[in-house]
Design a protein around this ligand. Structure first.
Ligand SMILES: Cc1ncc(COP(=O)(O)O)c(C=O)c1O
Length: 481
């Protein structure tokens, strides 16, 4: 391979030259679809370039849809069929804030998710087969036997110290310098976000959000009577910083709410440098950032994305997370690292629900301590990367032309843009008649930005689901006329 062939004028950065060279080799067929390209280390040796330059080049090629990362395996040239449907473009919501009024739709979606006779492509439920449920059950049983009622005490805020120690240790390992005293345990991630909104906003205030945004969070804005200002968001790289800055300069924004790692439903992941810029921009305006971080452990590339909290120098980032997606949603154990709002969050937690149940906190602390978590996460990442790829390929095979599909690099949902004239609520009703649930795009925007989008859950992949996706494709084609 001769890097000289790619000119310095067109590609001033080293990583760009490497990306352009690999792209040229793919186009000339030197690397075939499905074939593994040299590992980051091999390429760095071949090119005499740093590992980080090669990583950046591979990230660029991933963004272009030319290659894909497969966990614990390497980088592969994508098949032409994988790139058949383009990705949705960045969203372009209006400039005015909206009140949220989604509770009826939300309750409808919630009821569907409880119906075991439906093929569940709607709710973003994790795959229970991949969670360490047996291990957690055994730990709980043994704790319940051995702790002589200790597990029945109130565990008042900030929550179980052993668990906070484990959370802080993992954060530090991931480059985020927090201590156990910086953490407040909550009853799931949603309670954490609820407390953060309570701490930093008053009714009527404006909160800037990514567009689209997970409907559970939109519900919180509705309950708090806050107005949502939707900011254009890119399906790969998250919220537009230029648009956010413009919004801040023209509105009294009280807080910004993001899912910087693997937005639900987009699967977008804000590049680490962009996270740094976001945090420093908000610090200049003294605006708090509530970052919903429930999915950042479920990444498909080789490296865990940073968290915005790692760049927080003024205590303005309130990071919310939980163990719902990778240990058990029913434990209801989450946490907040609320920076300068720690005392307020502790107080609000106490006044809202007094305490989070102690036994699940003890069980999760022990699970984290005894070392099974990383093994568990590696398995989840591998399986979800595969299931997301299988689902998106099935959509590409079955849905009509004019469809667009995201290329998530983590999490387990797929965001599908249907042809313009298709209404997602109509597809929802047709799907239900066929015993299939989906989540209509209406739920992800208070101002109906996504009438022809649907979100699909990719946590499970099996034959009934494959069949359901095929049927869904037929229904969308019918609806598209
Ligand atoms: C983006 C996002 N945030 C929060 C939650 C809820 O988290 P928890 O169950 O820990 O309250 C979900 C669950 O689907 C989610 O997808």
């Amino acid at each position: 391979m001769s890097p000289q062939k790619v000119s310095r004028e067109n590609h001033p950065f080293r990583y760009e030259r490497i990306a352009a060279e690999v792209m040229r080799l793919i186009e000339q067929g030197a690397y075939q679809p499905g074939e593994r390209i040299p590992s980051v280390r091999e390429m760095s040796k071949q090119q005499g370039a740093s590992v980080s330059a090669v990583l950046q080049a591979y990230m660029q090629l991933e963004n272009l849809g030319a290659i894909e990362a497969r966990p614990q395996s390497g980088y592969y040239v994508r098949h032409a069929s994988d790139t058949e449907f383009p990705e949705p473009e960045s969203s372009s919501p209006g400039l005015d804030p909206s009140h949220v009024n989604l509770h009826d739709l939300m309750m409808m979606a919630m009821r569907d998710s409880l119906n075991p006779s439906l093929v569940q492509l709607g709710a973003a439920m994790p795959n229970l087969e991949l969670l360490p449920t047996e291990r957690i059950d055994r730990i709980m049983a043994s704790l319940a036997r051995s702790t002589e009622r200790v597990s029945h005490h109130y565990e008042i805020p900030p929550g179980l110290e052993d668990l906070r120690v484990q959370i802080a240790r993992r954060a530090v390992m991931n480059g985020c310098q927090i201590t156990p005293n910086d953490v407040v345990i909550t009853s799931g991630g949603v309670e954490g976000i609820h407390l953060c909104l309570y701490a930093v906003c008053n009714p009527g205030d404006i909160v800037a959000i990514e567009s689209p945004m997970y409907f559970g969070t939109l519900q919180l804005l509705e309950v708090h009577n806050l107005r949502a200002l939707e900011i254009p968001t890119n399906p790969r790289e998250g919220i537009s910083l230029e648009a956010l800055q413009f919004a801040i300069e023209h509105n009294p924004i009280k807080a910004v709410l993001t899912i910087s790692n693997f937005n639900n439903p987009l699967g977008s992941c804000m590049p680490d440098e962009k996270k740094r810029e976001l945090v420093s921009m908000l610090a200049r305006y003294e605006i708090p950032l509530i970052d919903n971080d429930v999915s950042s452990e479920i990444y498909f590339s080789e490296k865990r994305p940073m968290v915005t909290k790692a760049f927080d120098q003024k205590g303005l980032v309130l990071q919310c997370s939980s163990f719902s997606k990778d240990i058990s949603p029913s434990m209801r154990v989450g946490w907040v690292s609320p920076g300068r709002y720690k005392n307020t969050i502790e107080w609000l937690k106490f006044t809202t629900s007094a305490a989070t149940a102690r036994l699940p906190q003890m069980a999760i602390a022990q699970f984290l301590e005894t070392g099974g978590y990383d093994h568990q996460l590696r398995r989840i990442r591998r399986e979800y990367a595969n299931n997301v790829a299988m689902l998106s390929q099935a959509v590409m095979r079955s849905f009509p032309s004019g469809t667009r599909v995201t290329r998530p690099t983590g999490g387990f949902v797929l965001w599908v843009q249907l042809p313009e004239r298709v209404d997602s609520l109509e597809v929802y009703a047709l799907a239900l008649k066929n015993n299939i649930t989906i989540t209509p795009g209406y739920l992800f925007s208070p101002s109906n930005q996504f009438p022809n989008f649907i979100r699909l859950n990719a946590a499970v992949w099996n034959y009934p689901i494959e069949r359901a996706v095929r049927r869904l494709g037929e229904l969308v084609a019918e609806s598209a006329g």
